[in-house]
Design a protein around this ligand. Structure first.
Ligand code: ADP
Length: 151
């Protein structure tokens, strides 16, 4: 049975921290589906979702084990539809842990066959967060050091 993992997130934008988790996850899984959670009517993204998809596709050009999709439903159910028994998440600090701990338990109640696999951030990427990048970009700063594609 192939090991399919969902890597869900807002990815607004997709950062070098996210890229690192996917690349390291490739040694564990046969396929990683980068899943952008987005509700077109309710969510106000800073970076347009289409540009984010293009950027992620460009980042993983030539990686046939990586897919990118947009979804708008419960992650646990979306995983089931894609026969994904694993959820990949990254952990930077205790704040991430508190949050991830709760959602992984709720997700497993909703979908009993779903295991969340956590990778600890690479230390040199630990400070990178989408929210800080949005802030830097909003005030005209150069974010190219933090994002694997041109935003
Ligand atoms: P969400 O909106 O679900 O928090 P994000 O797009 O912010 O989604 O992040 C998706 C996943 O990537 C989360 O598990 C988050 O902890 C992880 N992540 C974000 N930045 C980093 C980083 N610099 N290093 C490792 N993991 C990260």
């Amino acid at each position: 049975m192939s090991r399919i993992a969902l890597f869900p997130g807002s990815f607004d934008p997709f950062t070098k921290g996210h890229q690192d988790i996917v690349i390291r996850g490739l040694s564990l899984f046969d396929k990683i589906i980068i899943s952008i959670g987005h509700n077109t009517k309710k969510d106000h993204r800073y970076f347009p979702v289409d540009a984010t998809i293009r950027g992620i596709e460009e980042t993983f050009k030539g990686y046939d084990k990586v897919d990118v999709v947009v979804y708008n439903e419960l992650t646990a159910y979306f995983a089931q539809k894609h026969q994904a028994n694993y959820m990949l998440r990254g952990l930077r600090n205790t704040t991430d842990f508190e949050y991830e701990n709760s959602i992984s338990q709720v997700n497993r109640s909703l979908n009993k066959s779903l295991e969340t696999v956590f990778l600890i951030t690479s230390p040199e990427l630990a400070a990178i967060s989408s929210s800080i990048i949005r802030e830097v970009h909003r005030y005209g700063g150069d974010v190219s050091e933090f994002v694997p594609y041109t935003v």
